[in-house]
Ligand binder design. Structure first.
Ligand SMILES: [Zn+2]
Length: 324
């Protein structure tokens, strides 16, 4: 080994000299020579520090095992269908392998995916455990409680299905477009065309609970809960889920004051429809003026409501306010 060291040192000296000669400065050349010679001596005595490029051995990476798992939360009560994902911290911070293994002890209550996203499935309690893939004896336990499903009774007044902010529909009520209402709508559109050459179409009819949920959530993201609640129903609270409500032509201010809006306000009751959210009644119906939103309640009922000049809420003495 020593021979190799001297060979390396000699090579460095030779290179230093060559470098100095090309620079053409003799004074620097000699001092460079001296310092090289000194370093050669010390190199031969203590190996690695002086010429590491020649003789260094790369450090063996130190394997750091996971010792502890912390969670951002350790328990949660969820409704069926709700999700929750606690944030995991594996310690120490420089642990080599932070892979997680998730498991639920009762998948009828809650399931968990490989990322730790927990989904409430059925009423009851269970524990969800996250283990370190590296050290399976290291784990953390998350307690899940799933509420009983909320039983929603549908509300009727004189045969009219009531849906507003006080009277929701069950999430699984999914009737599709009501065929009687659709037939009446087609008749109404035909009459508007025949009488005044007005073109009308449905821009939104039946909406399932899930469609409404996505729609409402997108409005909340855009405008916040307070504003979204003025013009969009929370899932389970939309008349569109009845299959009896239709938005006509444009569900926005483009429709306001159009010949179609005026014709509908005066004639829709003849076909069994009422303007559900009239102007100036937001504090009663729970919704701002929507000249495009018509609700089918049958010709007889529509005539009564129309001639009363009242909203459905006023006619039956009902509120339209979310409980929370
Ligand atoms: Zn509508």
């Amino acid at each position: 080994m020593k021979k190799l060291y001297y060979l390396a040192a000699a090579l460095i000296i030779a290179l230093s000299l060559a470098a100095c000669k090309t620079s053409g400065n003799e004074d620097n050349a000699s001092s460079a020579f001296e310092s090289s010679a000194v370093s050669t001596v010390s190199f031969s005595e203590s190996s690695e520090t002086v010429v590491p490029a020649v003789n260094s051995i790369p450090d063996e990476p130190v394997y750091v095992k996971v010792e502890e798992i912390k969670l951002s939360a350790y328990e949660k009560t969820l409704n069926i269908g709700e999700r929750f994902m606690p944030i995991v911290t594996m310690l120490p911070e420089n642990a080599s392998n932070k892979a997680e293994i998730w498991e639920s002890d009762n998948t009828a209550v809650a399931t968990v995916n490989k990322y730790g996203n927990i989904t409430a499935i059925g009423e009851g309690g269970c524990t969800v455990t996250v283990k370190s893939a590296d050290s399976p004896e290291v784990s953390a336990v998350f307690k899940v409680t799933v509420n009983a499903p909320i039983k929603i009774e549908m509300t009727y007044r004189e045969g009219i299905l009531i849906v507003n902010k006080s009277y929701p529909l069950p999430g699984n009520y999914n009737p599709g477009v009501n065929s009687e209402a659709k037939a009446a709508l087609d008749q109404m559109f035909a009459a508007a065309k025949a009488e005044q050459n007005l073109d009308m179409w449905v821009c939104s009819g039946f909406r399932s609970y899930n469609v409404q949920k996505n729609l409402y959530n997108s409005y909340v993201r855009r405008d916040g809960v307070k504003n979204a609640d003025r013009y969009s129903a929370r899932p389970g609270y939309s008349e569109h889920q009845t299959g009896l409500a239709f938005d006509i032509n444009y569900a926005d201010s483009r429709f306001t004051g159009t010949p179609q809006a005026i014709w509908l306000a005066e004639n829709a009751y003849k076909y069994g429809f009422i303007l559900r959210y009239p102007e100036g009644k937001e504090h009663i119906t729970g919704y701002m003026y929507e000249p495009w939103h018509y609700r089918y309640i049958g010709v007889e009922n529509a005539a009564k409501i129309y001639s009363s000049g009242l909203t459905l809420e006023e006619y039956f003495g009902l509120t339209s306010v979310y409980s929370e």
